[in-house]
Design a protein around this ligand. Structure first.
Ligand code: ZN
Length: 238
């Protein structure tokens, strides 16, 4: 449970720029991540799958499409979490296509300049995800993303976990909507590419503060992070 004063900030363990440049190993542990939030997304060291943090439990969705349990000592090069306490919840009983869902989000988020945590539970006619395959360091993310296995589910019950991030924060976190999917049986999922919801409940929370970790690793401290990674990030995440 979130104590008073929690849920006011998004914690980002390292700027996403570093990940785009191939820094796939940092020292931040899952135990540390869970002190900063019970809800969020990310990846694991060596880019070993997609992370979903839901109700305080961390799931690792590897490139074989399966979910694995995560130990507190497991490390992450990039994770975004908050303590989730939604201010609005809405039930949608009309089937939507992916564009329809994005348009609905656009109506539900009052400002483009705020961080929002978004949770969707329900039944989907179709969900398509991907999970990144384990990598050696320094291979640019955009190259890795071209080879990632995709998974399709239809129909499926599950949960989407993620965020809206303003575009002016693009070196810190993935700008726009970034959602990861976890099936209701908690066995499968991945980074969301497309979905068609049938009957869902959407919960939204605005997050008016950002807390950014700057990893104390030699790799991070000596990396050149001055390049504009916008196009690479856009290609890797969509
Ligand atoms: Zn993702």
């Amino acid at each position: 449970m979130a104590a008073l004063g929690q849920g006011r900030h998004l914690y980002v363990s390292a700027p996403v720029n570093a990940l785009v440049e191939g820094l796939y190993r940092e020292n931040t542990t899952i135990a540390e991540i869970l002190t900063q939030g019970d809800f969020g997304i990310g990846t694991f060291n060596d880019l070993d799958g997609e992370m979903v943090v839901c109700d305080g439990v961390v799931y690792q969705l590897r490139s074989d499409g399966e979910a694995y349990a995560v130990t507190p000592e497991t490390r992450t090069p990039f994770a975004c979490v908050t303590f989730f306490s939604p201010y609005s919840e809405e039930e949608i009983t009309t089937p939507l296509d992916h564009a329809g869902l994005m348009a609905l989000f656009d109506r539900l988020l009052p400002s483009r300049n705020m961080l929002y945590a978004i949770r969707i539970d329900g039944l989907f006619d179709y969900v398509r995800t991907r999970s990144v395959p384990r990598q050696d360091a320094y291979r640019p993310l955009v190259e890795v993303a071209r080879e990632q296995p995709e998974f399709a589910f239809s129909p499926v019950e599950g949960t989407l976990v993620g965020f809206w991030t303003p575009h002016f924060m693009e070196s810190v976190a993935v700008p726009g909507y970034h959602l990861h999917f976890l099936t209701a049986d908690k066995r499968h999922g991945g980074h969301l590419l497309e979905c068609r919801p049938r009957h869902i409940r959407i919960a939204i929370q605005h997050v008016p503060e950002l807390r950014l970790g700057l990893p104390m690793t030699l790799d991070f401290l000596t990396a050149d992070l001055s390049r504009d990674t916008r196009d690479d990030l856009h290609e890797a995440e969509h």
